[in-house]
Design a binder for this molecule. Structure first.
Ligand code: AMP
Length: 590
């Protein structure tokens, strides 16, 4: 298989290419503009021209790189205007139902001005609804492999007019045991089709899959080589894993603890810039927005306020902040993980100049860990995962600030004119009490309102320096990870909330062997550990004692099985039902 190499270079991240330069049609440019996207991400800049030219493509890209638009835009670009017939011209295969919905929303929003008809089909949704949607006419189908095969067998997913097939997160699909399904689906599509494969990792089984189904693909990989020693700026770098919905609160708390003199906060889109600056202003920060949708005059005014120190936070897109030099900058914040390591290096280069200490803070969503790891690998610099400061940390910090402010005032200010107040009050109260009341007022003036938002703790994973997605998994996830809920042969009891480990005597499943499988069924469907053990032990070669800890939450369950049996369990579950439902487990995602 002949391959071209297009390694992403630093230049690729800074070519200042626009979406128009990539040759996309006007309707797409207008949707991208209204979504607030200012420029293509590197994976988009590299992939889109090849895809528009009709090449097959093998791309290494993780969540957060902008890979969805990289394949969705070329699909949409070739939709015929007007009456297009009812059969789909593109098929996107994804590993999970959540991703099917997410990709479907993305394709829908990019293709709005083209009237693109998009249908997601996945297991768990009544097939009749999907049949109706397919019958109404469709341009792009986004499907999980199992459900796609069901439809193909029923003759309800017409593939004769498919021009492009995308395998998204192909490594996940193979890990979930979909290899045969993928082969069958690809075999059922026209040979003349264009095929695109995106995968976060490139193990040999992905290369084999590509060799079987891709025709002379362009090969796009993100930079792997470490940077020259010393080429990256010396900056204290940390990352916080925060679910999207908690990002504004987490950022506020981190800023409070860090107390930057001036910070620049980078966002992906104009909308995000506008929203975040509004939120932060609402929380009492002096934040200014800067993005490509603003006039030059408005931008100059913003920069004037930042340079004069009237604004402490500049919330900006990469494009708008390009070329800006702000002397007093102490902190760079990545509100989202940058889509490529080069953009990260470029951003953090704005602090830590001329021997001053700079700080770079990155907020990562639970699924974006690969991006952070890749940045560490490419820059050769450590990014320390930190816990979002707790309410108690924040209170301590505010007390410290009040103490420092009072000490400064005691040393510098002329306090004599307040003497009468103190002397009048000491006739009635104890001197310490008077001081306490004054400190309280000073503290409230310095600290403002107390922030009581609960931010779920998503701890860095000890084994890899990475972290687990505890976003919606409740507190029991913690004991699960630290090994306490592994079976210990002593018959551990389920915890009060029913999330505890399965308890019976048996060999301990060693931590290194254990793989956690995610079952999309939980307490809301009255699932009990015995149901899961029964299904697994009944359908596979595993016995009850081979199965490790089981954690059951409201909507899903996590079951530990030996690594060697992962494919077997996934395959077996596809052939059976639990509580009358077809449940396809998958490896737990981090
Ligand atoms: P993905 O890697 O496809 O999951 O995309 C990650 C996020 O980046 C999504 O929220 C997209 O909406 C956003 N995104 C993708 N491309 C761009 C772009 N060129 N500019 C700004 N945001 C983008």
């Amino acid at each position: 298989m002949a391959r071209e190499e297009f390694p992403m270079s630093t230049d690729a991240a800074e070519t200042n290419q626009t979406f128009a330069d990539l040759g996309l049609r006007d309707e797409l440019l207008s949707s991208l503009n209204s979504l607030g996207y200012e420029e293509p991400t590197p994976i988009q800049a590299e992939s889109i021209p090849h895809l528009i030219a009709g090449r097959d493509l093998l791309g290494q890209a993780a969540t957060g790189t902008g890979k969805t638009a990289a394949f969705a835009l070329p699909i949409l670009d070739r939709l015929q205007p007007g009456n297009r017939g009812d059969e789909p011209s593109a098929l996107i295969l994804v590993p999970t139902r959540e991703l099917a919905m997410q990709v479907s929303e993305a394709v829908h929003k990019y293709g709005k001005d083209l009237g693109a008809r998009v249908v997601p089909i996945y297991g768990g949704q009544p097939i009749s609804r999907q049949l109706q949607a397919l019958r109404r006419g469709v341009d792009v189908v986004i499907a999980t492999p199992g459900r796609a095969v069901d439809h193909i067998k029923r003759g309800t997913l017409p593939l004769d007019f498919i021009e492009m097939v995308v395998l998204d997160e192909a490594d996940e699909m193979l890990d979930m045991g979909f290899a045969e399904d993928l082969d069958a689906i690809l075999e059922a599509t026209p040979e003349s089709r264009q095929t695109v494969l995106f995968s976060a990792t490139m193990p040999s089984k992905i290369e084999k899959l590509a060799r079987r189904h891709l025709n002379d693909p362009v090969n796009i990989r993100i930079a792997r080589q470490a940077a020259e020693p010393g080429s990256a700026p010396k900056v204290r770098q940390s990352a916080y894993v925060v679910p999207r919905s908690h990002k504004p609160a987490a950022l506020g708390r981190i800023l409070d603890v860090e107390s930057p003199t001036a910070a620049i906060v980078f966002c992906r889109t104009r909308h995000e810039v506008d929203q975040l600056s509004e939120t932060l202003n609402g929380r009492g920060y002096r934040a200014e927005a800067l993005h490509g949708g603003m006039s030059q005059e408005a931008r100059d005014r913003v920069m004037g306020r930042v340079r004069a120190g009237t604004a402490e936070l500049l919330i900006a897109t990469d494009v708008a902040a390009r070329g800006l030099d702000i002397d007093q900058l102490t902190h760079v914040v990545n509100y989202d993980v940058p889509s490529a390591p080069e953009a990260y290096v470029h951003r953090i280069g704005r602090v830590g100049r001329a021997g001053r200490e700079g700080v770079a803070i990155t907020l990562a969503e639970p699924r974006e860990h690969r991006l952070v790891e890749n940045i560490q690998r490419v820059t050769g610099q450590k990014i320390a995962f930190e816990k979002v400061p707790t309410i108690a940390d924040l209170r301590n910090r505010r007390m410290e600030l009040t103490l420092a402010t009072l000490r400064e005032s005691l040393l510098d200010d002329d306090l004599d004119r307040y003497r009468t107040i103190v002397e009048t009050l000491t006739d009635e109260f104890d001197l310490v009490e008077v001081a306490l009341a004054a400190v309280k007022l000073a503290h409230e003036a310095v600290s403002g309102d107390e922030d009581e938002t609960e931010i779920p703790e998503i701890a860095p994973r000890k084994d890899s320096g990475s972290y687990g997605d505890r976003d919606n998994r409740g507190k029991s996830g913690k004991s699960f990870k630290d090994g306490k809920s592994f079976r210990d042969g002593k018959g551990s009891k389920p915890s009060k909330d029913g999330k505890g480990s399965k308890g019976d005597s048996g060999e301990r499943l060693s931590k290194g062997d254990a793989v956690r499988l995610y079952f999309p069924i939980g307490r809301s469907e009255r699932i009990r550990p015995g149901d899961l053990v029964g299904a697994i032990a009944g359908e596979t070669s595993l016995s009850g004692k081979d199965i490790g800890a089981i954690e059951i939450t409201e909507n899903f369950s996590l079951v530990e099985v030996p690594g060697r049996a992962v494919e077997e369990v996934i395959g077996a579950m596809k052939r059976t039902t639990i509580k009358g439902k077809k449940i396809t487990p998958r490896r737990e995602r981090f």
